[in-house]
Ligand binder design. Structure first.
Ligand SMILES: NC(=O)C1=CN([C@@H]2O[C@H](COP(=O)(O)OP(=O)(O)OC[C@H]3O[C@@H](n4cnc5c(N)ncnc54)[C@H](OP(=O)(O)O)[C@@H]3O)[C@@H](O)[C@H]2O)[C@@H](O)CC1
Ligand SMILES: Nc1ncnc2c1ncn2[C@@H]1O[C@H](COP(=O)(O)OP(=O)(O)O)[C@@H](O)[C@H]1O
Ligand SMILES: [K+]
Length: 516
């Protein structure tokens, strides 16, 4: 994985990071004091002293963080009420120590106790949530959401209570926070849906856990960011030429469905492939050729002709699926593309054509293990191809579903959406979240396919190409803004690249001031 990429830690990995830090000499109570202070700082950044703050503390260390925040906010002149779910004498370890430092009253939690609060600190459950929420905790979560509806600002400690930090799932019911303050690194549940919709603005606080613990924890998931893309995108060499930047082939559908492949081909060229050829059925040659300038066109009539074309090893990346049609002819084209030493990107109809016989596709993919192959399903295509697999059905999150699919297919799988997940065969995974909602527009997926093929043609690895392409695609959509149509995405690539490779240009998202 690119070294600069920002790791996301599961709750188990975060527990390991805590343990390693404590074992190397930082007491747990120091981490908890730092965590509680970060929460108090988040409250004080936006609300003035004198504001009424209700801290809802749970029975574990998340509650302990709440006790620390309560004490520090009271010291800073906030009017703090501490509401405890559970009994004070059941608190253990660092949480008990933090509670002992709180000298105010500990009020038994009740929903009506939130009335009149300006700020609610949600310190009910964090990483330790392990089952659906019921009873009083559920009533308190509902009361926190009701308080938010009446104008209170809800600041969640680590995770909005009810959200599973590893999967992003709502465990029965969950707080919807205005801000979440997490520690050391983000968690997948902050970025996967629906967790992302609950956590509000995300603040990641340093609580004294050294980065060095990551070498032992070895997290398996990263958030794709500009640094990741910068490392993954091959940079043209001064002494290079167009042939050294690779030659991508995109296979077009028939005369009435060439648009999707043309979108992909242009995107492959914009992504930096040295040359791009559209392989067109003879009946579509006229329309494809008339609409292409820098993209070249070759007549290719069926799978045997595609195999003949690809016998020329200079065609080092092939994308197929967009606009190709569902059926046996597409299956044959896919198998022809897969049978040789080149990168292959399969999307749309190339995937759906195997929905009746996914094992046929997986068998062909397994034969080329070690070569770059990327499958780019949206949710519907994903379930048509992988929905029958137990490992996929039983996976607790989109992250694990996509990993299970990658293992089954022996290929990199990119599962699209607002929380696009990219998984490699070996369990490495990435989440890309920079895509604005207006990217959900016809043909956007075809462009993504082309960008991946363009990066693969230049020699990027399959996982790096897919993850970086998702980020570039999201950045291009952000660059264009609302009103975007798929044609615009390729045209925005030069300014996305300019910003990416200009050390003085701040990424647009950072300028706008948010991680959201
Ligand atoms: N480790 C460290 O050093 C640091 C950790 N830090 C903080 O600790 C947090 C993790 O703490 P944690 O592991 O104690 O878990 P936490 O989220 O408080 O919840 C567990 C408690 O809830 C209970 N419970 C669970 N599910 C339930 C349900 N559905 N319904 C009802 N009860 C339920 C469960 O009790 P059980 O009934 O299972 O015995 C248990 O008592 C982390 O998010 C961060 O904020 C920071 O201070 C930095 C240093
Ligand atoms: N809510 C959303 N927010 C951000 N991006 C989205 C959202 N929904 C879909 N997308 C993105 O839009 C693109 C749509 O691709 P796809 O479904 O294949 O459409 P098409 O087949 O029309 O090209 C994907 O890159 C996907 O990740
Ligand atoms: K919480």
């Amino acid at each position: 994985m690119p070294a600069a990429a920002s790791a996301l830690l599961t709750t188990v990995e975060m527990g390991e990071a805590d343990r390693l830090t404590i074992a190397s000499g930082t007491p747990g109570i120091v981490l908890m004091e730092n965590a509680g202070r970060a929460v108090a700082d988040a409250v004080a950044r936006r609300d003035p002293p004198g504001s009424r703050v209700a801290v809802v503390a749970g029975p574990g260390n998340n509650g302990g963080d709440g006790f620390v925040a309560a004490r520090l906010l009271a010291e800073r002149g906030f009017r703090v009420t501490l509401l405890l779910v559970g009994s004070p004498d059941r608190l253990k370890g660092d949480a008990a120590a933090a509670a002992a430092r709180w000298t105010g009253p500990v009020v038994p939690a009740a929903p009506e106790a939130l009335a009149g609060a300006h700020v609610v600190v949600d310190a009910l459950f964090g990483a330790g949530l392990d089952r659906p929420v019921e009873g009083l905790p559920r009533a308190m979560i509902e009361a926190m959401n009701a308080a938010a509806g009446q104008g209170a600002r809800v600041v969640a400690v680590d995770l909005p209570s009810g959200i599973n930090g590893t999967t992003g799932a709502v465990m029965g019911v969950a707080v919807t926070a205005e801000e979440s303050v997490t520690f050391f690194r983000g968690k997948p549940g902050h970025w996967l849906l629906p967790g992302r919709l609950h956590r509000g603005r995300l603040t990641v606080a340093d609580i004294g856990i050294p980065d060095a613990v990551l070498a032992t924890v070895r997290p398996r998931c990263v958030l794709v960011d500009a640094d990741f893309a910068r490392e993954a995108v091959p940079v043209p060499r001064l002494a290079g030429h167009k042939y050294s930047r690779g030659h991508a082939v995109v296979v077009s559908g028939g005369a009435s469905t060439t648009g999707a492949a043309r979108l992909a081909a242009r995107a492959a060229l914009r992504a930096g492939a040295g040359l791009v050829t559209l392989a067109s059925p003879p009946d579509a040659m006229a329309v494809v050729a008339a609409a292409s300038l820098a993209v070249m066109v070759r007549a290719v009539d069926g799978a045997a002709a595609l195999a003949d074309l690809l016998a020329d090893a200079r065609f080092n990346a092939v994308a197929l699926g967009p606009g190709l049609g569902v059926g046996a002819a597409t299956r044959d084209l896919v198998l022809a593309a897969l049978a040789g030493p080149r990168a292959v990107v399969l999307d749309a109809d190339a995937l759906t054509s195997f929905s009746g016989a996914p094992e046929d596709l997986f068998a062909a993919l397994r034969k080329r293990a070690g070569q770059a192959t990327v499958l780019t399903p949206h949710d519907g295509e994903f379930s048509r191809l992988f929905g029958h697999l137990d490992a996929v059905r039983e996976a607790p999150s989109k992250l694990d579903r996509t990993r299970a699919a990658a293992r089954a297919a022996a290929a990199v799988v990119l599962c699209k959406g607002a929380d696009t997940v990219i998984a490699d065969l070996d369990g490495r995974a990435a989440i890309n979240t920079n895509a604005p909602a207006h990217l959900a527009t016809a043909g956007a997926g075809d462009v993504l396919t082309g960008i991946i093929a363009g990066l693969c043609a230049q020699g990027a690895g399959a996982f790096e190409a897919a993850a970086a392409a998702a980020w570039l695609h999201g950045a291009a959509a952000t660059e264009v803004g609302p009103g975007l149509i798929a044609e615009d995405l390729s045209e925005a690539m030069p300014s996305v690249y300019a910003r990416l490779f200009d050390p003085l240009a701040a990424p647009r998202a950072a300028r706008a001031g948010g991680l959201r």
